[in-house]
Design a protein around this ligand. Structure first.
Ligand SMILES: Nc1ncnc2c1ncn2[C@@H]1O[C@H](COP(=O)(O)OP(=O)(O)O)[C@@H](O)[C@H]1O
Ligand SMILES: [Mg+2]
Length: 455
């Protein structure tokens, strides 16, 4: 790292000289200016910190301060003055001065002040860089794929991220990228510099989830020895991601709804209304409409969440993205495992594209990871994808009997078997058959299939 550059602005040559000596000794790069005009010019050349006299021949230090702060709000300015009145001090602080030092000053004190100020700058820059590097992996481009289905989702995510509109509902099967979409929404929004908090509703008992979300007052329940802030408070200004919202207990659903509508809540055991500004993103792999019909999910909360629904398509509905995703994961694991795999064989790719991927992108990622661990050469072959190959072998292995078959009858029977095996969950049955939801619905209608009434 180059030595920090300090700009000394004073019209008295002796003061500039003594500061220059002392700060150079401490290892800093020092540049000087003696007028408002030259100070602004020197600053434009790039400095980390400014020691600024209040009285200058062509104006006052405050105008320099204003100009510097307008050009780069991160530059720290320490004002030096002999005429320290409360008014000038207040005004300088308002304009963003970091500190004030009275003339005559002690050079060691100034050196110490400079060191502290630069430490502040360094920390600020680190935080900024960290935030930038955190948000970078979560740009919309992090969502790999250019099929129509995913392109629509990406465009919608970009739009919603840019808008202040609040609640978002992400739906899609497990492994379709709901977590990823939530992070993209946060890190691409104006909320990116505030916290992203995430909680899985199914992982916690109802009362614990409640106090995690809303916090609690001391003594609210037996174990509440301390007051505790909840997720909504901690995430103020940012985003709260409620994963597996379909699993939330009804009483808590009611509290969440109240919060979404009123933007205020009470801590558990508390009386004060607390107001926060958070965007809530909820996600579920359940069919919430169906859950509402079965009275397991509150209808009013469903409508409140469903204002902005975003549906992540299953991988089998966008098989054209598979080569891109495989490429992406191969590159990622090449880095992680220090390998030099160039890609997958044509045969392996063909099978990867015909497999149904019930676990969606998560399953594809795991399959590639496993293959990358096993491979010795520079190409992944079908052998390294056992699940995929097993299902391919079966499909290819059905031999047409000499007597022929009734294809309609066979299809009907397979559809019924898939429905029975999945408990009449249409999307899971579709996965078993390598179909999408429309395709299975079409067949259910064609064969006039009906779920048997529960006996
Ligand atoms: N479109 C995509 N491009 C790249 N990686 C993806 C994509 N969608 C999902 N992933 C990755 O797949 C895995 C599962 O995604 P995740 O967001 O956890 O799914 P969900 O929350 O829907 O179960 C994660 O490792 C995620 O980074
Ligand atoms: Mg998830």
């Amino acid at each position: 790292m180059p030595a920090p550059t300090i700009l000394v602005v004073d019209d008295e040559q002796l003061i500039r000289w003594s500061l220059n000596e002392r700060l150079s000794q401490a290892g800093y790069q020092v540049v000087e200016a003696d007028t408002v005009k030259s100070a602004i010019e020197r600053h434009a050349e790039g400095v980390d910190l400014v020691l600024l006299d209040y009285r200058l021949p062509d104006g006052d230090g405050l105008s320099v301060l204003k100009a510097i702060k307008a050009a780069d709000p991160d530059t720290l300015v320490i004002m030096l003055t002999a005429v320290s009145t409360v008014d000038t001090a207040v005004e300088a602080m308002k304009q963003g001065a970091f500190h004030f030092a009275n003339k005559p000053f002690n050079l060691d004190e100034i050196a110490l002040l400079v060191e502290k100020a630069l430490e502040t700058t360094r920390l600020r820059r680190e935080v900024k860089a960290l935030r930038a590097s955190q948000s970078l992996p979560y740009s919309v481009d992090r969502i790999v794929g250019n099929s129509r289905a995913i392109a629509d989702v990406k465009a919608l995510l970009a739009k919603v991220a840019a808008s202040p509109a609040s609640t978002v509902l992400l739906t899609g099967e497990s492994g379709t990228g709901k977590d990823l979409a939530a992070k993209v929404l946060h890190y691409q929004s104006a909320r990116a510099t505030h916290p992203f908090m995430n909680i899985t509703c199914s992982a916690l008992a109802e009362t614990i989830l409640e106090s995690e979300l809303f916090g609690h007052e001391r003594g609210a329940f037996t174990d509440a020895r301390q007051q505790k802030r909840g997720l909504f408070e901690s995430a103020d200004g940012g985003t709260v991601f409620l994963d597996e919202i379909g699993e939330m207990a009804p009483a808590l659903q009611a509290k969440l709804l109240r919060f979404l509508e009123e933007k205020t809540f009470k801590r558990v055991g508390g009386v004060a209304d607390i107001r926060v500004d958070v965007r809530v993103i909820a996600a579920t792999n359940r069919d919430l409409e169906d859950e509402v019909k079965k009275r397991r999910f509150r209808e009013d909360l469903y409508y409140r969440l469903n204002v902005l629904p975003i549906v992540l398509p299953p991988l089998r509905a966008r098989t054209e993205d598979i080569p891109l995703l495989v490429r992406y994961f191969v590159d990622a694991f090449n880095q992680e495992f220090r390998k030099k795999v160039r890609g997958v064989s044509d045969e392996a790719m063909r099978r990867l594209q015909t497999y149904g991927w019930p676990g969606n992108i998560r399953e594809l990622r795991n399959a590639v990871e496993r293959a990358m661990l096993l491979v010795d050469g520079t190409e992944l072959t079908a052998d390294q994808f056992p699940i995929v190959s097993a299902s391919a072998r079966l499909t290819e292995g059905v031999a047409l009997p000499a007597t022929g078959i009734d294809l309609e009858q066979l299809e009907r029977s397979l559809v019924i078997q898939a429905l029975e095996r999945s408990g009449w969950n249409q999307s899971r049955a579709a996965t078993l058959l390598g179909l999408n939801r429309d395709q299975i619905r079409y067949r259910i209608e064609k064969f006039k299939l009906q779920k048997p009434a529960a006996s």
